[in-house]
Design a protein around this ligand. Sequence first.
Ligand code: PEP
Ligand code: MG
Length: 585
Amino acid sequence: MTFTVHGQAVSRGVAIGRAVIVTSSRVDVAHYFIQPDQTAREIERLCQARQAVVQDIERTQAHVQAMDAAIAPPELLALLDVHLMLLQDEQLDQSVRQWIEERHYNAEWALTAQLEVVARQFDEMDDPYLRERKADVEQVVERMLRILQGNASTVMPTAVDPQAKALAHREDPLVLVAHDLSPADMLQFKQSVFAGFVTDVGGKTSHTAIVARSMDIPAVVGARTASQWVRQDDWVIIDGDAGVVLVNPSPAILDEYAVKQRSGERERERLSRLKHTPSVTTDGQRIELLANIEQPADAAAALKAGAVGVGLFRTEFLFMGRNGQLPNEDEQYRAYVATIEGMQGMPVTIRTVDVGADKPLDRPMVRVGEEHLNPALGLRAIRWCLAEPAMFLVQLRALLRAAAHGQVNVLVPMLAHASEIHQTLGLLQRAREELDAQGTVYGPIRLGAMIEVPAAALTVPLFLKHFDFLSIGTNDLIQYTLAIDRADETVSHLYDPLHPAVLRLIADVIAQGKAQGKSVSVCGEMAGDVAMTRLLLGLGLRSFSMHPSQILSVKQQILRSDAQRLSVWANSVLEADDPVSLMND
Ligand code: PEP
Ligand code: MG
């Protein structure tokens, strides 16, 4: 049956592929294709894992049977029987093998793919006793996965490009469908096989969406119940421009979207010719186009898009997916130096760690029992850093050391209070003194503040006094000005970059920075949205930082713009009660 699901358009383009349904808890299972001649080895890994679990259960059974009959729990024996039965189920075994033999999935992926199919069958059962057996299948599969992970495949994951891989193996491209994915999960998928993805939850500027945009694959978030309706292996079209997901489309619709997909590719090819064109408006204003990145390897995409530096390196991604272990000073130093070298002498703006809210660490950030209802208003970003000064000093020392290798700008997120500014400056001084005491080499940095809390936007002179530059984080500035959780799809219709209050704050910060001769950039998603380029230029913005994939489209818009004329128009937008109505003037 063909049906359509609507969500938030977060990453442009069209992806067409077969659905892979993944639950968040199993996202860290390795997903890769094996070569056809590696099938037997992969099935062998599966058999070994199953055998190991069977033996383990049989040992437990023997142990329970040897217990005094009075204390041996009979339910446990019955449960172990059920688990053994499931492990020996021929049909389950056959189906898992099929994913390996026909689709060339690795063993872990094949197992979880079949688990999703079986779990749905259980969910649809009328009998509550049978429905609950789903938990048993899940337990058995989890045990096998643990064994498989301890017996990692010697098979190397194949190339990353999904289209190229699909062609090489004559396989269909795959799209990921999940209820939710954390930003850390998403980062893992950067190296994966998926051509696009859909999640039930999330807003346009949630961090999951931001990482998707940086991957430059079509994506839709906030698609509500998509993961319940789409089935494993369904054909899916993701229209990342319209925020629409079409499931099991007719051949005519498939053809139509294939045409759209090709025309998107041609448009990108055309834009790529602008890479070396200087970014200058028709009236001669030079505009700085910088890249937002999440990891050192992203420097390559930044260079490819013609960025003149990194305007935002979100270092928190170095802190995620590490089972709660934080990166030490040397690890961080190496990551920062790799980025500086990757940018070949261009300036690199590195933001101090911004965990919390929708980017939690994978270890508790607060004590058990002290979880907070509103993490976006809680211990996040600089607040967490100041609460954990030893951790913060590690990062500051690593940044200062890296600055000996090139121009480093250090950017501090979420500042609102003078006391936070003073504490940050104090810790930076202490980090320098510690390096001096060790005789460790370090370099000069420029220090910047993110303006992303309305309180900061309303006290810009304080920030200009202490910092060399400002960067406006519009994602949070909008969230906190309008009291809209940026990750909550149920209020996403109220998340409005064009709200007069938001525009006034942005305009004031730009104007005050300019008056003091200090550079102001925008590094939130607004900077990469071509629909906002003219307005930001008109408000006086001369430095934009965005995902590398957005740079050339924004440059194209800049090349067609007259900044002088736009400033007159932008002033009228600023004065309007309904700025949207003037946007196409
Ligand atoms: C912002 O808030 O606009 C920003 C760039 O920071 P982040 O999206 O990482 O919160
Ligand atoms: Mg922010």
